[in-house]
Ligand binder design. Structure first.
Ligand SMILES: *[C@@H]1O[C@H](CO)[C@@H](O)[C@H](O)[C@H]1NC(C)=O
Ligand SMILES: *[C@@H]1O[C@H](CO)[C@@H](O)[C@H](O)[C@H]1NC(C)=O
Ligand SMILES: *[C@@H]1O[C@H](CO)[C@@H](O)[C@H](O)[C@H]1NC(C)=O
Ligand SMILES: *[C@@H]1O[C@H](CO)[C@@H](O)[C@H](O)[C@H]1NC(C)=O
Ligand SMILES: *[C@@H]1O[C@H](CO)[C@@H](O)[C@H](O)[C@H]1NC(C)=O
Ligand SMILES: *[C@@H]1O[C@H](CO)[C@@H](O)[C@H](O)[C@H]1NC(C)=O
Length: 546
């Protein structure tokens, strides 16, 4: 009987992107410009159905999410889903290297299924510098009722989107970068779209526990998040259940999400939550107010201090542990949590650098500065015309000597990874600024980080047991971070700096993972509604996977 059910599930899975019996969530998004004043001065924002930040997506494991996006902007647009794995389905990843953008005045429908990644995520516009104007919002995946999460049901569930912010328009910011300049420092920090709000953002009742999901959706700055008078019990990060340590504050690097449980165990009054910049000469912050029910006492004026220095931050990273006994929120593939016993087949070292090309500022990985071709990489590969659009493996697995001084070459950059290989990626940061890297399509194990040069000896101190499976990892100044993962998700996946200035100016590349089988078991077919552009526009569709 069980075997029959299993066979039926396998059959259904092989039929396509969605299993018919799983519930559908339908959304229509009208994306428009609108005037917002998050720093008190009116500026152009990107709104979704009139909202800034965009609406929260509240989903449950196995839900089919269908979002019909109407682009009312004057520029091509795409959304991407930070941390959603899209297994077998990079067609829905919404990066310019995987999808043709939605032209102005047109619409395109995303259709993907969320899996067992119980936790907190966000979406954002991945095109141009649109992210600087809004278009981002929270995305949560709840556990099915049958599968318990390792913490009691909270009295309420709140999303807190924090991020640095510029008062210049996304067009001006893009113009600055296109003309070779840097964005400079941001003008403020926002917390759910405001730098300081006149009315309370959240409510708590004395004695009850609340779930807060904190994501850094900003442009470049790491932020420290803390709540006056309240400790935070960490329960989840980037979709993995953690050992539930208590923290006074958390460093949230760009692209990361943390879930904490906060118990309303203080005297009933207002309390202030703060997000403030870290590792910068300037100190920008945003605040929001939590009000205890039935109280109108103003908050105390003394705010909790931010920690100082990045040693504190590194120690905090080392305190994060995966809850190996929790019943849910395992990354795919099931069972890869014994990652410490898998042999590494390849080591890729990626070192960032900054420089100029034709007098203009560029950022690079291993000396290669990415630029998007007119034909998305994934489509060029799928239609068999990759050789007309890009060359594979133009950078090596090892950075050039003296990478900070090495010449920078601009163009598309695609590394290949053998399907199902277990690979170590070492991010080397020889620069003085902190980095935050994200990999689409996967979760990985950040097994170690440390100051100075990474050497083979560094492996001796790796956490080979309970590193928290994540999708975004920071690299401290003049330091390295190492991650391990199995490249078992066929597709074309972006590996990027989450610092959007660096991303836009080339600090990103794509990893092509091809299943030699061309089988539906490993990758879904291109969706019928996929818009085509560039040189594949009029090409016949290749034979579908079977
Ligand atoms: C989107 O805009 C159309 C008209 O342009 C309107 O009919 C529809 O109700 C809007 N949808 C939402 C969700 O706001
Ligand atoms: C989100 O979905 C869950 C599960 O369906 C539900 O219990 C909860 O009330 C929803 N939350 C919001 C804010 O809609
Ligand atoms: C555009 O929206 C219409 C509904 O208004 C829908 O029928 C159509 O499938 C959408 N187009 C795409 C490419 O998703
Ligand atoms: C930055 O400002 C915030 C809010 O005023 C404050 O809590 C924090 O301690 C300051 N940080 C530093 C490093 O001065
Ligand atoms: C891990 O999760 C289990 C339940 O799934 C829970 O009982 C246990 O307390 C958690 N362990 C830690 C250290 O947080
Ligand atoms: C890993 O490599 C070691 C030494 O080469 C070998 O003995 C072992 O069987 C390998 N383990 C796996 C799981 O392949």
């Amino acid at each position: 009987m069980h075997r029959l059910v299993a066979a039926a599930v396998v059959l259904l899975l092989s039929l396509g992107a969605a299993r018919a019996e799983d519930p559908y969530l339908f959304f229509t998004w009208n994306v428009t410009y609108g005037t917002i004043s998050p720093l008190g001065v009116p500026q152009q924002g990107i709104l979704i159905n009139g909202q800034f930040p965009g609406p929260n997506i509240n989903s449950t494991t196995n839900n089919n999410i269908v979002i019909n996006v109407f682009n009312y902007l004057d520029q091509p647009l795409l959304f991407s889903w930070n941390g959603i794995q899209h297994r077998k389905n990079s067609w829905q990843d919404g990066m310019p290297g995987t999808n043709c953008p939605i032209p102005p005045g047109q619409n395109w429908t995303y259709h993907f299924q969320v899996k067992d990644q119980i936790g907190s995520y966000f979406y954002f516009p991945s095109t141009a510098m649109h992210k600087a104007a809004g278009g981002f919002g929270g995305l949560r995946i709840n556990s099915r009722l049958l599968i318990p999460v390792p913490y009691p049901d909270p009295a309420d569930d709140y999303t807190v989107l924090i991020g640095d912010w510029y008062s210049k328009s996304h067009t001006t910011l893009k113009y600055l970068l296109d003309s070779g300049r840097s964005l400079g420092r941001p003008d403020g920090v926002l917390l759910n779209g405001k730098t300081k709000s006149s009315s309370p953002l959240f409510a708590m009742e004395a004695g009850k526990a609340y779930h807060y999901r904190i994501c850094n959706v900003g442009m470049k700055n790491s932020l420290n998040f803390r709540i006056q008078g309240h400790a935070m019990k960490l329960v989840e990060m980037d979709g993995s259940h953690t050992v539930q340590n208590i923290y006074d504050s958390l460093d949230v690097h760009v692209g990361q999400c943390y879930s904490v449980i906060v118990t309303a165990d203080q005297e009933p009054r207002d309390y202030v939550m703060i997000a403030s910049t870290r590792f910068t000469k300037y100190n920008l912050s945003a605040t929001g107010v939590i009000r205890y029910a039935g109280s109108n006492k103003p908050p105390l004026s003394e705010l909790p201090e931010a920690p100082v220095g990045w040693g504190w931050s590194l120690n905090q990273f080392r305190s994060f542990r995966w809850n190996l006994t929790a019943s849910a929120a395992r990354p795919n593939p099931q069972g890869s949590y014994h990652y410490g016993q898998i042999n590494i087949t390849r080591t890729i070292k990626l070192a960032n650098s900054a420089g100029t090309v034709d007098g203009k500022l560029r950022y690079a990985l291993n000396g290669a500065s990415f630029s998007d071709p007119d034909t998305p990489l994934k489509l060029a590969e799928y239609f068999g015309v990759a050789d007309k659009v890009f060359a594979y493996n133009t950078v090596g697995d090892v950075p050039p000597k003296n990478v900070l001084k090495a010449p920078i070459v601009v163009g598309p950059v695609v590394l290949t990874a053998t399907f199902r290989d277990f690979i170590e990626v070492v991010f080397e940061n020889h620069e003085k600024s902190i980095q935050s890297y994200h990999l689409d399509g996967y979760s990985f194990f950040p097994v170690g980080m440390g100051p100075g040069e990474w050497t083979a000896e560094s492996r001796k101190n790796y956490n080979m047991l309970d590193a928290v499976s994540r999708h975004t990892i920071q690299v401290y100044p003049k330091s390295w971070s190492a991650i391990l993962l199995t490249f078992d998700n066929a597709g074309m996946w972006n590996i990027r700096s989450e610092d959007w200035e660096r991303h836009y100016l080339g600090q990103q590349l794509y990893i092509s993972v091809v299943s030699p089988a061309r089988s539906l078991r490993d990758e879904y077919n291109i969706p019928d509604n996929q818009p085509l552009c560039g040189i594949v526009t009029d090409l016949p569709k290749p034979a579908p996977y079977t």
